[in-house]
Design a binder for this molecule. Sequence first.
Ligand SMILES: Nc1ncnc2c1ncn2[C@@H]1O[C@H](COP(=O)(O)OP(=O)(O)O)[C@@H](O)[C@H]1O
Ligand SMILES: O=C(O)C1=C[C@@H](OP(=O)(O)O)[C@@H](O)[C@H](O)C1
Ligand SMILES: [Mg+2]
Length: 202
Amino acid sequence: MSKKRIPHSIPISPTQQALLSQLPNISLVGLMGSGKSTVGRLLAATLNRPFFDSDEEIIHRTGASIPTIFEFEGEAGFREREAKMIQELSEKKQVIIATGGGAVLREDNRTALKKNSWVIYLSTTPEKLLVRTRFDRNRPLLQNPDPLGTLKKMHEIRHPLYSQVADIIVTTGSGQVVQVATHILEALTQKIAQAQGQPDTH
Ligand SMILES: Nc1ncnc2c1ncn2[C@@H]1O[C@H](COP(=O)(O)OP(=O)(O)O)[C@@H](O)[C@H]1O
Ligand SMILES: O=C(O)C1=C[C@@H](OP(=O)(O)O)[C@@H](O)[C@H](O)C1
Ligand SMILES: [Mg+2]
């Protein structure tokens, strides 16, 4: 798969920047490979906000990789660490948060995310997700003989939870990372302008 160059940030107008600066936290949810980490980083750079990736924070705190945590503590141990991290990150102000794909499984996590965030669900087909994740050994739940079947099952279970928690649903279909982030910025601008009873700034 050819690696597309992802820019550091997306140019936006000062008016849009000012409008978007009024938003609370922005949290990204969705299945593995939907782009939460990649798109989240780009949004954060564009909006000049700190970026926190739940998985990366866990790795940083424990000094262990996600596969190692799964190996020694099982999925249950990882979910405990994840829940603590989601609670902690949710308390921050004006940040961008990329969650792990399974964060929505716990009601407490969903409540925490909703409390201070506008939540964005990056929705993609299991087939597309497989293409994006198939050579990545860092997702222990997909290291089995039927990762597509796993992604389909996860989609079935989690899609209602992602949808339930989301303020904005973005179907990332064939759109590349920059297009997805641009679309999110437009959707956020429209939504905040609406909330304030102002016309859109485009
Ligand atoms: N919209 C997209 N189009 C193409 N590739 C994408 C898109 N979103 C993410 N990717 C790629 O898919 C892989 C997984 O993305 P990542 O951000 O780690 O997903 P997540 O954090 O949701 O698991 C990365 O290589 C990333 O560059
Ligand atoms: O969907 C999941 O259950 C998981 C998703 C991963 O994060 P990404 O969604 O960023 O890949 C990571 O938290 C862990 O491997 C479990
Ligand atoms: Mg991620």
